[in-house]
Design a protein around this ligand. Structure first.
Ligand code: SF4
Ligand code: SF4
Length: 138
């Protein structure tokens, strides 16, 4: 993730991260010299950040789309979907758990992503990162 992806959104009150720590694993985070799909050195998997009070601003500001957009229902809860989504301008980015790299092709995920790709009045498009592979959803 880059700083440009971290425009502080408003979280939905009824949703919380719970034990999900996917955004501490799936993205590359320059500020932490963390490559994609590697656990952040400060994360305890399934529990959270060990440097919570001192975590970078990037981490403070980030919320995935499921935390802020009611259009993504419970099937998209990242810990359940095994993927996380966020927006960067017109790009909707989907980061898939490399342990289940094909899950985004399954129902209900693919049809929803195709719907996002077809809504592209403002040039919106959808890119999926799954392991070392990158796909544009059509
Ligand atoms: S991926 Fe979303 S739900 Fe999971 S920890 Fe990050 S912000 Fe929370
Ligand atoms: S510093 Fe903390 S919040 Fe940020 S990626 Fe690492 S474990 Fe997650």
């Amino acid at each position: 993730m880059t700083a440009s992806s971290h425009i502080a959104p408003t979280p939905l009150a009824e949703r919380s991260c719970g034990t999900c720590t996917l955004c501490c694993r799936l993205p590359d985070i320059d500020a932490l010299a963390k490559p994609a799909n590697a656990w952040c050195q400060h994360c305890t998997q399934g529990q959270g950040c060990r440097i919570y009070d001192a975590r970078p601003q990037l981490c403070r500001d980030f919320l995935c789309l499921w935390r802020t957009d009611a259009a993504l229902d419970d099937a998209w809860e990242p810990a359940r979907a095994r993927m996380m989504i966020y927006r960067q301008g017109p790009q909707i980015t989907v980061l898939v758990d490399p342990d289940v790299p094909e899950i985004w092709r399954q129902a209900p995920y693919l049809s929803t992503l195709q719907g996002f790709a077809r809504e592209g009045d403002d040039g919106q498009y959808v890119i999926v990162f799954a392991g070392d592979a990158v796909f544009r959803v059509e």
